[in-house]
Design a protein around this ligand. Structure first.
Ligand SMILES: [Fe+2]
Length: 485
């Protein structure tokens, strides 16, 4: 077991010769563990907070063979389990097929995404399951951004149980950012790839079985990142971030942004036929993350973080810089609302907050696909990748920033927070917002718990973690009653 005095560098399993993506706050840790004795630094852990907060991220086990990208690092899940005021922290690698193969070899055998191309058998793409986590059917699924397998994780022990049978039955591929309707406990997912029809869409039931699966024809190979659901519909993304087809024919992998193309959102009934999807055109943009979506009469409303295209001095879109920044995870996003009328075909879009670069949204996921008033987002550094220095609560109707908190904006970074409803919650924001925080000045990792009704008051509880957690990607919350299913 690790002790509190161990610092980040004690835990870095290999040297600092692999670029900034594996150094400092990104350096991987070498061990898995379980800790019950977290030191309480501030406040009191709420007794009506019961369930677990999970966070995914890259944590390469072996030194990379070549150039490293954060999507290459073996997925590790960090979980804080809350039980009537007691907290247990566990961390464990996802036992992906690639992890097991490299475990047998005792070294990296895969190339990273910078050096691979899907479909080239001599350079296999490594599905690291390191990007996103969703909680459904009594399990947590670990997902990869470029579409891969859905690895089932035990929500308590974090052991990898295998692969979700429903996704495997579909042909085996699922993108990050599948959605869970917590009212029906269905998993709603998409995949995307280089071969026509370029996208598929499906629904998995609470029992893990495939309920629905259809092809979605896109105009060409695209790089969508997220999707959305409402009570009756799903919203799929066709964005002008595209694979260069000429380069693909030559065996090269080149992504470009085409400002002549619209951003298109396709609305399809939850169990709709592929050809029934209805596309709505909006101003060209990339979009990493949706906050939530819902229906208002004939309108389907989606709120998200619009990636603001880079611009030339004359105001026109700088396509090259936009594509490069997206690929390097440099984020400049604004809270945005897109509205689609499924009866008339009308569209509306509007920036909700012009001033702040906010991303990695969360909300009360019990209301996934239902109208929500509140969103919780991170303040994103304009210059530093994957470093989020504050947590902010928004009114999603007005775009008003209602409250925010940052412990130490110059030196500390939060992980993607997640909203956790309190036991017996009545109002939408009766609950907590949970995040890990790394303070590089104090060299201290904490688990911070905010009262969602009063983010601006700072954490109601803060616990010291036994070691640093490498900065990572997405998180989710699973309430205690959903863990037992
Ligand atoms: Fe994402």
């Amino acid at each position: 077991m690790l002790n509190h005095s161990q610092t980040t560098d004690d835990l870095a399993p290999f040297g600092e010769d692999y670029g900034p993506g594996l150094m400092g706050e990104f350096a991987p840790i070498a061990r898995e563990g379980e800790h019950h004795d977290l030191k309480l630094l501030k406040g009191r852990v709420p007794v009506d907070l019961n369930g677990a907060y999970f966070r995914a991220g890259p944590n390469p086990r072996f030194a990379p063979k070549g150039r490293y990208h954060p999507f290459d690092g073996d997925g590790m899940v960090h979980a804080a389990q809350f039980d009537h005021g007691r907290v247990t922290y566990r961390n464990r690698w996802v036992r992906t097929d690639a992890w097991q193969e490299e475990d047998r070899a005792g070294a990296s055998v895969f190339d990273g995404i910078r050096d691979t191309l899907k479909g080239r058998p001599d350079r296999r793409l490594k599905d690291t399951a390191n990007t996103d986590l969703v909680a459904q059917g009594g399990r947590v699924l670990a997902l990869w951004y470029m579409s891969g397998d859905a690895y089932e994780i035990d929500p308590v022990t974090l052991e990898t149980r295998g692969k979700c049978p429903g996704v495997a039955a579909s042909g085996g591929s699922i993108s990050a950012h599948a959605k869970v309707d917590e009212i029906t406990d269905e998993l709603i997912f998409f995949d995307y790839g280089l071969e026509a029809p370029y996208m598929h869409y499906g629904v998995v039931g609470p029992d893990g079985a495939l309920k629905h699966f259809v092809p979605i024809t896109l105009p060409g190979p695209r790089l969508p990142h997220d999707m959305a659901i409402t009570e009756h519909y799903s919203i799929l993304h066709d964005l002008p971030l595209i694979h260069d087809e000429e380069a693909l024919k030559l065996g090269r992998h080149k992504v470009r942004f085409d400002p002549a193309l619209p951003a298109r959102f396709g609305v399809i009934g939850r169990y709709g036929a592929g050809e029934s999807i209805r596309w709505f055109d909006f101003s060209p943009c990339f979009l990493y993350h949706v906050v939530n979506a819902w229906e208002e009469g004939d309108w389907v409303v989606m709120v998200g973080c619009r990636y603001m295209p880079e611009r030339h001095a004359d105001g026109s879109i700088d396509a090259q810089r936009t594509a490069r920044n997206v690929a390097e995870l440099q984020m400049r996003a604004r809270l945005w609302v897109w509205r689609m009328n499924v009866r008339t075909g009308e569209t509306e879009e509007r920036m909700l907050d012009a001033d702040r670069n906010v991303e990695f949204p969360t909300f009360n996921s019990r209301l996934s696909g239902r109208r929500t008033r509140f969103g919780y987002l991170v303040d994103h550094s304009e210059t530093r990748t994957l470093q989020w220095y504050g947590i902010r609560k928004y009114d999603l109707d007005t775009g008003e920033s209602l409250a925010s908190w940052s412990d130490d904006p110059e030196h500390s970074f939060y992980s993607e927070p997640w909203f956790a409803a309190a036991d017996n919650a009545v109002n939408e924001d009766d609950g907590y917002v949970i995040s890990f925080q790394w303070n590089e000045r104090l060299r201290r990792e904490t688990l911070d718990i905010f009262d969602a009704r009063d983010i601006g008051a700072g954490p109601v509880a803060q616990l010291e973690m036994p070691h640093r957690l490498p900065l990572g990607f997405h998180a989710c919350w699973m309430a205690a009653d959903r863990m037992k299913r």
